[in-house]
Design a protein. Structure first.
Length: 237
């Protein structure tokens, strides 16, 4: 028996599909911290369900997660990891409430992703700074593997910028250079990948804390042959 929504209701088929963060996410280490970046487009099939979603989620004060894949899957994984790490901190008597080892958070995330690999559509990046090992970035792609790296990419837009990132990556970048590099890479992905778009969000984590930034489409660095975004006030004028 079919319990689906009657066609008479006029619900478009793409609106009944799973919400997916077909996306561009990335993170890198710089001299003193890490930078995480993501676009903001969330889609259901060919329909843009949210053009300003936030795919960079705080796990602990010093550790954040970039999410790609199913929005529901990654949101629930992040919530579970946050609860598990907080419980571990309480049981171990941590003297830094709200803080955690970046590697611990990455390993907990990996364990959940791997043990549920047949039921999850979730690709994640864990990045942060801790007193034990400094700035760290871990990639956890679909399937639940784990790799520590200087920079990593994820989501549908990553296929368009892998070569660019390999060619332009520089070890030991300053914070300003790292932020500009990630903005440039994501702007290229947005210009080529139909599933990536909206604003560019950045989170920079260092010894003193975490800072968030948001850049509107008119502020994106233009890719080759891309037309500039015209602000509404400029059209009115």
């Amino acid at each position: 028996m079919d319990y689906g929504v009657p066609a008479a209701l006029g619900v478009a088929p793409e609106l009944m599909e799973e919400v997916s963060t077909g996306t561009t996410i990335m993170a890198c280490v710089y001299d003193g911290g890490v930078v995480l970046g993501a676009d903001s487009r969330t889609s259901t099939g060919n329909y843009v369900a949210n053009r300003a979603s936030d795919k960079i989620t705080q796990v602990m004060d010093n550790v954040w997660m970039c999410r790609s894949g199913s929005a529901a899957d990654t949101q629930n994984v992040c919530a579970f990891v946050k609860n598990a790490v907080e419980e571990h901190g309480i049981m171990s008597g941590s003297d830094e409430p709200g803080m955690a080892d970046v590697k611990l958070v990455a390993n907990v995330t990996m364990q959940i992703a791997y043990r549920n690999k047949d039921r999850l559509s979730a690709g994640m990046i864990i990045a942060g700074w801790d007193r034990r090992a400094g700035p760290q970035v871990f990639g956890i792609p679909l399937g639940g593997s784990l790799e520590k790296c200087d920079f990593t990419l994820g989501g549908s837009g990553s296929a368009y910028i892998t070569g660019f990132c390999d060619d332009t990556w520089k070890p030991g970048m300053s914070r300003e250079e790292a932020e500009a590099w990630i903005r440039r890479a994501i702007s290229i992905a947005i210009s080529r990948d139909a599933s990536s778009g909206g604003v560019i969000r950045l989170v920079t984590i260092h010894e003193k804390g975490a800072e968030k930034q948001m850049f509107e489409p008119a502020q994106h660095p233009l890719a080759y042959d891309e037309l500039p975004v015209i602000r509404r006030e400029e059209v009115v004028a």
